[in-house]
Design a protein around this ligand. Structure first.
Ligand code: UT7
Length: 321
C-alpha cells in the first residue's frame, strides 16, 4: 500500500535571549552591525548556554510538534534527527530524544547532511511512510553550531546560531508531501567543513567550521534554484505557483536571489535569518513552525522547503500543508 505523508504538527525552540551584532562586537569580535546586516541580513541569533545540547533543544521542539499534532510520543514508530552537532559520537541524538520522550519501539537514527539535513530527514521519513512500513514519524533538526565556531574568525562566527525545529508526519489518504529530492557533490567537501577527527582520546586536526564563503554562495544560489524546479516538475506545478518558499536561512542575499530565479516574490518567502542567523539543519523547520503558528501557512497551501550545505549537499521537499 502506498500512503501519503502529511504534516500533522510543527514545533520549534530557540535557546536564551537574542544576541545582537552589537553584542558580538562588544564581546571583542572585530565586526560591526552594518557589515553583518549588509552582507547577510543577520541582526541577531540565539546561542545555547554552555552544556545545553542539541538533544535538549530538539526535545522541546519535538514536544511542541507532538502537542500540535495531538500525537502521543509512545505512538511514534520513526524518529529521525538531522544534526551535525550531536551530543555524542554515539548514541545518536535521535536515541537520546527517544529515551527522554519515553518511546520504546520506534526506529531512531541521525542524519548528517549539515544544512540540508532536515530536508534529507523529511524525504527519508516520507519514503518510510509512503512504503506503508511506518505510520507516525517525528523529524527534527537540532543544532548547537556555536560549539564548532572559531570565535576568532569573524568571517564565520557571526553567521550562525543555535536552535531546533520539528515536524510530526502521519500516514494519510491525501497529500501530503508531493515530491522530494536529495543530492550531493562530495568533490566540493573542501568549501565548507569541520575537518577535525577524534583519535586517541583527543581531537586531531582543526575542530572548527571553515568556509570559503564566496564559493558556498555561488554554489547555493545555483542548486537551490535547480532543486526547486526539480521537485515542482515532479509534482506538475510551476515554481511561481507555490504559496510559500522556505529556503535554508543562511544569507538574505542567497534567499532573495533564489526567490527571484524562481519567480517567488519576497512576500511569499519565509525569512528568519535576520533573527535566527544560520541554524544549519534547524533553520527550515524553525521557519516552517514560525509561519504555521503565526497563521501565514494554512492547510492546503503549497510549501517548498529547501536545504543546502556542507558535503556539499542539497535537497527540497514540496508539500501541501
Ligand atoms: O549553510 C551554508 C553556509 N554558508 C553560507 O551560506 C555562506 C555563503 N557566503 C556568504 O554568505 C558570504 O560569502 C559571507 C557573508 C560569508 C562573506 O561575504 P563576502 O561579501 O563574500 O565577504 P568576504 O568574505 O569577501 O570579505 C570581505 C571583507 C574582507 O575584508 P577585506 O579583505 O576586503 O579588507 C573581510 O575580512 O569583509 C571582511 N569581513 C568582515 N568585516 C566585518 C569578513 N567578516 C567580517 C565581519 N565583520 N564579520
Amino acid at each position: 500500500m502506498v500512503a501519503y505523508a502529511r504534516v500533522a504538527g510543527t514545533g520549534s525552540y530557540l535557546p536564551g535571549n537574542p544576541v545582537s551584532n552589537d553584542d558580538l562586537a562588544a564581546r571583542g569580535i572585530e565586526t560591526n552591525d552594518e557589515w553583518i546586516v549588509t552582507r547577510t541580513g543577520i541582526r541577531c541569533r540565539h546561542l545555547a548556554a554552555p552544556g545545553v545540547t542539541s538533544s535538549e533543544l530538539g526535545l522541546i521542539a519535538a514536544g511542541r510538534a507532538l502537542e500540535m499534532a495531538g500525537v502521543a510520543a509512545a505512538d511514534l514508530d520513526l524518529i529521525i534527527v538531522a544534526t551535525s552537532t550531536p551530543d555524542f559520537i554515539f548514541p545518536s541524538t535521535a536515541c537520546l530524544i527517544q529515551g527522554r520522550l519515553g518511546n520504546k519501539n520506534a526506529a531512531a537514527f541521525d542524519v548528517q547532511a549539515v544544512c540540508s539535513g532536515f530536508v534529507y530527514a523529511l524525504g527519508i521519513a516520507e519514503k518510510f511512510i509512503a512504503s506503508g512500513s511506518h505510520k507516525k514519524a517525528l523529524v527534527i533538526g537540532a543544532e548547537v553550531f556555536s560549539r564548532i565556531l572559531d570565535w576568532q574568525d569573524r568571517g564565520t562566527c557571526v553567521l550562525f546560531g543555535d536552535g531546533a525545529g520539528a515536524v510530526v508526519l502521519e500516514a494519510a489518504a491525501k497529500p501530503g508531501i508531493l515530491a522530494t529530492a536529495m543530492h550531493a557533490d562530495g568533490s566540493q567537501s573542501g568549501i565548507l567543513n569541520v575537518p577535525g577527527q577524534v583519535c586517541g582520546g583527543q581531537v586531531t586536526g582543526d575542530p572548527f567550521l571553515r568556509m570559503d564563503g564566496q564559493a558556498v554562495f555561488k554554489f547555493a544560489v545555483r542548486v537551490l534554484a535547480d532543486v526547486a524546479e526539480e521537485v515542482c516538475a515532479a509534482a506538475g506545478i510551476e515554481t511561481a505557483a507555490v504559496d510559500w518558499l522556505i529556503p535554508h536561512q543562511a544569507n538574505i542575499r542567497i534567499i532573495d536571489a533564489t526567490g527571484k530565479k524562481l519567480g517567488v516574490g519576497r512576500e511569499r518567502v519565509i525569512v528568519t535569518v535576520d533573527r535566527h542567523g544560520n541554524t544549519s539543519a534547524a533553520s527550515v523547520p524553525l521557519a516552517l513552525d514560525e509561519a504555521v503558528r503565526d497563521g501565514r501557512i494554512r492547510r492546503g497551501h503549497k510549501v517548498l522547503l529547501e536545504g543546502v550545505g556542507g558535503g556539499f549537499t542539497w535537497g527540497a521537499a514540496l508539500l501541501e500543508f
